[in-house]
Ligand binder design. Sequence first.
Ligand code: 5CA
Length: 439
Amino acid sequence: MRLSRYFLPVLKETPSEAQIVSHRLMLRAGLIRQEAAGIYAWLPLGFRVLQKIEQIVREEMNRAGAIEILMPTLQPSDLWKETGRYDAYGPEMLRIKDRHDRELLYGPTNEDMVTEIFRAYVKSYKQLPLNLYHTQWKFRDEVRPRFGVMRGREFLMKDAYSFDLDKEGARRSYNKMYVAYLRAFTRMGIKTIPMRAETGPIGGDLSHEFIVLADTGESEVFCHKDLLDMPVPGEDVDFDADLEPIVRQRTELYAATSDVHEAARFEREVPPDKRVNARGIEVGQIFYFGTKYSVPMKATVTGPDGKDVPIEGGSYGIGVSRLVGAIIEASHDDAGIVWPEPVAPFDVAVLNLKAGDTATDKACEEIYAKLTAAGRDVLYDDTSDRPGAKFATMDLIGIPHQIVVGPRGLEKGTVEIKVRKSGAKEELSLAETINRFAK
Ligand code: 5CA
């Protein structure tokens, strides 16, 4: 992408309405634009990051055996009346009437609808286990939307729903999502800790929140220090194997959010030098709720003994849009965003320090063409802005690698490459540069 033809509306001033660093940086770097309280338009750079996060989540859901669908944002209220949630959900739910006076709502979550889909088609235990997921916009009319995309009203969520014949099966499905979540967040370049959690309006008696540690997080957390350094299962993890040992290794160590924290147990189970009391951002939550929806909605299957039983369910959410903010909270410096490579909007930036100079233009064009041909996402700053402004913008938007091309270096046959994260600089020839990044 040539910057001269791109749409990258960066702001010079720090927006005064933003209270936390990720919100400030998202506005300054031109990732989002607020359209109403808690409702944002995604600008090109932000949309690229959102899609990268969504794709990592998709790959890990598929790897764990979940199957992708797409449910609508608008739902009929009838389903929610069947489960009793229409009244229970309260003013957070946006209720709408169509021209025929039929009641609709903008979905805050999809347990009710996915259970309706399930019961329409699945009749036998032989079709289980089943896990259906989608990534779709949700609406929750939060009293206090704040911190930009972190607590929005409209936000993008990946939500998965598992269906099993019995509790043991449901536990296996829960464990698969638990491990898939660890993998997905690690691939995004962030460390998350699963913590025991309250179930709230989703219901059920087993739940974990996945928390990214950050000072600006809304949750207070208490956990065992060893959880911070536990290795995460690799790509070769077998989702058909028993995952209980991986889950148990973690759940045996104390980790809880303030909602369910018990101070006495924390002190009894965690030695003083291992106690972490910090703040964090919840980027995902998983729930086992058993028959909470299948009983009222009569979602039953015929078991091996010929009897009909309500299915055992769980639901599993990831805040895809919240993650954009959470990753920035976890990865930035004074100059701006420092994207982890897997979610960066572009892999490499090329900075032309003297646009219009024949040799500099030629070198930049060659790098840009060859890296693009090699399948890299390259942002080429071909504008005639002054070098200082170019450096500041590239640091602000956080592309992991910068290739700086100017007439002085080219006289010696070199360009400068800079790693955004460490600031480390190196001088390389044109050929070496292309070689390094073309793989
Ligand atoms: N139905 C369940 C699981 S699918 C559910 O709705 N879970 S949730 O309420 O915990 O939401 C899942 C994730 O969505 C949260 O972990 C959080 O990362 C994200 N999320 C929730 N509310 C908001 C919000 N107002 N703004 C941005 N992200 C949110």
